[in-house]
Design a protein around this ligand. Structure first.
Ligand code: NOJ
Length: 534
């Protein structure tokens, strides 16, 4: 990166919108594109650079849009292509960027490609998906499991073969070894890029290529019964195959036809494996999503070690990134608690690298308990005894204290938090102690201080309770960030650094303005961002 001139996706903040739940504009209880347009000024006010929209394409909605029936259209629930063009224009008019979700690993079974593929064994599109014979006893070709429960193989009566689906049976996996499939998906990318879309978040990037021999996955000796059934085997042959990098490189070269476009990869892998998705010589994904903050235990020693490991493992050209929540995971507030989620916000927005904020996290929205009869997520429905539904983290955005939280004028598709009358944008905007105020101030500072935006990360200290680091650049102030990841008071004594400065932002605003010299006493759940004297 050129320090003086970072690219937009390095200096800016990404905000994930789950379109069903952001803003309804046509009173059907489901969010839509015109609704997003209506709320762009809010995102601009918050200091967001790029909006990532979860899928908006035509889809039977078995997996809420991640089952795509037409890669180049807009689902009528969300609007039409004119609404999309208007959204893109409005985003750009605000000097913001728009990222689309690209789901290349699988389509819907309602996609014309799959309809053709399943119509006969000699259809030209047969080899666009992964078809295999049964084993001699009639059973599935191997032991691969679906993320949503049960076998990953579905028997097709008509053509007497199984097809592979890493997710629902209605989400057949495409065969990425087939050059025609590659071309078709690159064509989809060109379609949106030509319109002016600024890039993609690529769904399950590490799934795209499977073992050529379709060998059985090994049994996971550490499987726990409360876990999703997919964890019964280790996905060593069904995911993260070496040939995937060739595909990523090709996708990257599609993007490189255009100016300043970018690609985020959704990849749940340990640090070393994750790094390979940057590609050799920076020809892979611009940002392989770094999910450590949402997968590791919320404990100071683990986090401090992981941050340093990640920083240390990054390739020379690799720009870091951080995430606290998304539409597949519990919200940060529900994972670490309300008080700690303020500490988490400070961590997210002061680490080196691009932060992605999940809509509503800036309000401290919590996972909403969804009564069993109202569960909609297939992951929840298919494994009912395991509490794996993702609905709780997908509830409507809380804008105002009006009925239905200003999200809609009718009953929303998924129930709202019953706390929305006090937890909403309108109320929090004028509350100095609100989560929104903390986010807004952290963002403002991050975006105006070179050291926070692109300066280096220097670990300073960690113990059972604390994580402390410095951010510094060749120009502007230096900052010390010190976070107490526990509820008990903690003490920090500077040993190898000169510590003098003023608390500029704190998770407890009462701590702000305090002068610090050598020694700091922190209350439980405290996070301090200190502007150092020199
Ligand atoms: C990852 C997406 O984030 C998730 O929501 C979806 O269910 C699966 N991929 C399948 O597309």
């Amino acid at each position: 990166m050129n320090e003086a001139n970072p690219l937009w996706w390095q200096s800016g903040i990404v905000y994930q919108i789950y379109p069903r739940s952001f803003q309804d504009s046509n009173a059907d209880g489901v969010g839509d594109l015109r609704g997003v347009i209506k709320r762009l000024d809010y995102l601009k006010w918050l200091g967001i650079k790029a909006v990532w929209l979860s899928p908006i394409y035509p889809s039977p909605m078995d997996d809420f849009g991640y089952d795509i029936a037409d890669y180049k259209g807009i689902h009528p629930l969300f609007g039409n292509i004119e609404d999309f063009d208007a959204l893109l224009e409005e985003v750009h008019a605000r000097d913001m960027k728009l990222l689309l979700d690209l789901v290349p690993n699988h389509s819907s079974d309602q996609h014309p490609w799959f309809k053709e593929s399943r119509s006969s064994r000699d259809n030209p599109k047969r080899n666009w998906y992964l078809w295999k014979d049964a084993r001699p006893d009639g059973s599935e070709p191997n032991n691969w499991l679906s993320e949503f429960g049960g076998s990953a193989w579905q028997w097709d009566e008509t053509t007497q073969q199984y097809y592979y689906h890493a997710f629902l049976a209605s989400q057949p996996d495409l065969n990425w070894r087939n050059p025609e499939v590659q071309q078709a998906m690159f064509d989809v990318m060109h379609f949106w890029l030509k319109k002016g879309v600024d890039g993609f978040r690529v769904d399950v990037m590490w799934h795209m290529i499977k073992d050529e021999q379709f060998r059985d996955n090994p049994i996971n000796p550490d499987y726990q019964p409360h876990e999703s059934t997919v964890k019964k085997v280790l996905a060593v042959y069904s995911t993260d195959q070496p040939e995937v990098h060739e595909i990523v490189r090709k996708m990257r070269s599609v993007l490189d036809h255009y100016k300043e476009r970018m690609m985020i990869g959704e990849i749940y892998l340990p640090i070393q494996r994750l790094m390979s998705y940057y590609g050799t010589d920076g020809n892979g994904a611009h940002l392989p999503f770094n999910f450590q903050l949402l997968t590791l235990p919320w404990e100071a020693p683990q986090l401090a070690a992981a941050i340093s490991q990640y920083e240390g493992a990054l390739p020379q050209h690799g720009w870091p990134n951080w995430v606290l929540s998304n539409h597949d995971q519990p919200r940060i507030t529900s994972r670490v608690g309300m008080q700690q989620s303020r500490v988490a916000a400070m961590l997210l927005l002061t680490l080196r690298g691009t932060p992605t904020i999940y809509y509503g996290d800036e309000l401290g929205m919590q996972d909403v308990p969804i009564p069993f009869a109202e569960v909609q997520d297939p992951q929840g429905l298919n494994m009912p005894d395991k509490n794996l539904s993702r609905d709780p983290a997908r509830t409507p955005m809380q804008w105002t204290e009006e009925n239905y939280a200003g999200f809609s004028t009718v009953k929303p598709w998924l129930r709202l938090a019953n706390t929305y009358r006090r937890v909403n944008v309108e109320t929090q905007k004028s509350d100095p102690y609100a989560m929104l105020t903390l986010y807004k101030r952290l963002i403002e500072l991050r975006q105006s201080e070179p050291s926070l935006m692109w300066g280096s990360y220097i670990p300073v200290y960690s113990d059972q309770q604390l994580v402390a680091f410095i951010r510094e650049a060749s120009t502007g102030s230096r900052f010390l960030i010190i976070l107490n990841l526990t509820h008990r008071p903690a003490y920090f004594k500077a040993e190898h650094i000169t510590l003098e400065g003023i608390v500029e932002i704190a998770t407890f605003p009462e701590d702000e303005g305090q002068r610090i010299k050598d020694y700091i006493t922190l209350s439980g759940d405290a996070g301090l961002l200190i502007r150092l004297d020199s």
